[in-house]
Design a binder for this molecule. Sequence first.
Ligand code: FES
Length: 107
Amino acid sequence: MINIFIENDLGERQALEVPTDMGFNLMEILKAYEYDIQATCGGMALCATCHIEVLEGKERLPESNDQELDTLDTLPNADSNSRLSCQLRPSDEMDGLVFRLKALQEA
Ligand code: FES
């Protein structure tokens, strides 16, 4: 189990307990916590509705694959801190990660 944090527009952080041994990706975890992520592509790195901005811990994440980069390239509000949460599998290296949900801000 690791802890990750989601920061809202007010700068408040919510801690989430995240299992690292159950095979879920981060998008699935966020949905399990009832964040309103559509995930219309089902985690295929195509819909970008699971877009997050990593505020702390970016250097500890694995590199994006080509599909993730292609999809992020299509987003007007993506930058070098952007990731697709469906492409991130929680691991011990991600303990303490802080991020913001970008797709929700657009809605
Ligand atoms: S769920 Fe569609 S890109 Fe992540």
